[in-house]
Write a protein that binds this ligand. Structure first.
Ligand SMILES: [Zn+2]
Length: 107
């Protein structure tokens, strides 16, 4: 799994802006993560969630990734963390009961 430091090294402007928002308490309620790298799409949302819920962030806002909240997020056990992703090549995310439901999105 890529670490927070990895993303900070490769995407410094994005990470800086997110850390600044985290420290200021102005993180958005949701973020759309777009990448051709499937590992990034799975790993970065978890780290971003750690930024929002970390109990022991560094002075610059970096999440510890070791506290109880971070651990729950990283292990998919945090109750308010949801990831939506396409389940087929149709790239459609079905939120309702079936594809005829009006609450679906194509990414
Ligand atoms: Zn933490």
């Amino acid at each position: 799994m890529h670490t927070w430091a990895y993303f900070e090294k490769h995407f410094p402007m994005v990470i800086h802006a997110l850390k600044r928002a985290g420290k200021a308490g102005t993180l958005a309620h949701a973020y759309l993560i777009v990448s051709t790298n499937s590992d990034y799409r799975v790993e970065f949302p978890k780290l971003l969630s750690c930024l929002a819920v970390c109990n022991d962030p560094a002075e610059d806002g970096t999440p510890c990734c070791k506290c109880e909240n971070c651990t729950k997020v990283l292990e998919d056990l945090f109750p308010d963390f949801y990831t939506l992703a396409p389940t087929s090549k149709a790239r459609e995310i079905v939120i309702g009961k079936d594809t005829s439901d009006k609450y679906s999105a194509v990414v």
